[in-house]
Design a protein around this ligand. Sequence first.
Ligand SMILES: [Zn+2]
Length: 85
Amino acid sequence: MSTCGASMEPAGYFQRPNGEYVVVHHCMGCDEERFNRIAADDDFDLVLALPEQPPRTRREVKAGRAEEYLAAGQEQWESEAEEVG
Ligand SMILES: [Zn+2]
């Protein structure tokens, strides 16, 4: 579940340079993205059925989001309690 309490839906996946697969979950409530490494009990076929996305890191997303918020005149954005990777 997301920080805002809305449901998350899988939006795609990408593969990290180290070969690790990551599922991108998108929040229906606030457009937050969350990256989850594929666990052993995940259905790998379902993951690969999602659209493949360009690899990126939480840090890159934060940087982009910071620019967006600064452009919108806001001073800070919600920080993530949970880091993946
Ligand atoms: Zn949310």
